[in-house]
Design a protein around this ligand. Sequence first.
Ligand SMILES: O=C(O)CCC(=O)C(=O)O
Ligand SMILES: [Fe+2]
Length: 267
Amino acid sequence: MGKKRSIAQEECDGALQVAVAKLPPSASLNMQNADVYYVEDFIEKAVADDWYKELLDLDTWYQPTLKLYGKSVIQSRKIAAYSTDPNFKLKYSGQLVDMHYEYPPLLRDIQGMVEKRLGVTFNHVMLNLYEDGSVYIGNHRDNMENRVIASLSLGTPRTFVMTYDPLQSALDSSESAPPKKRRRKQSNAKSTAVADQNPKSATPNNGETSEPAKPEKRVWTLANGSLVVMQGVTQRFWKHSIPKETKIKGGRISLTFRQLDTDNVDS
Ligand SMILES: O=C(O)CCC(=O)C(=O)O
Ligand SMILES: [Fe+2]
């Protein structure tokens, strides 16, 4: 029997079959068990401002209702969702997302530009509206089938936090998973390294699961016109959030482009 392969290794092989975004190595954040890029000046600020204003006027924004512990709660963050696949449906917190299949011309152009620059195609974009700093997104991981996730930021800069928090199953499948007790202690570790406002100051990139998990956190500001790309094994090992910053009065729109699995089409 051959040596058991790590999840990271298998995912890397899988990622070669599906396209990965092409970005310069200088944009890589060199995070352990992740493939994350940040391009601060992906588009000019003046263009980002214009796009922000135009997208704010879309008539497709709405506040989804979430089911939390059996109660219906209205999400503070407005969203607008589009798909290039006319049959594609998506559930979010148990509710069907209000999906639109006719892209407004600007959104089609933006998606085309992002696709061209990254060398990949997307079948879905979710717009998030953070009207001010009281609107946030809690710590979460995106679905595994989101092979490449590209998030374009427009408007007021907001803080982005990425926390190393491996899925239990990912560690269990790893060759060198540390014992359970130690893993739990590590994920709560107070000594978590925080690279405030500097996504590149970092621990070394291990690239795979052959090393014990290192507690780590990255915190930086998403500039107006910037792009974050997460792909490969990132969602298995890292969570992300945009915390509340109540002093912030300006608005922000993020456009999160995704490659959703068409097997999930719920027609
Ligand atoms: O607004 C952002 O940049 C992040 C949004 C996000 O994490 C999500 O939609 O899953
Ligand atoms: Fe997310």
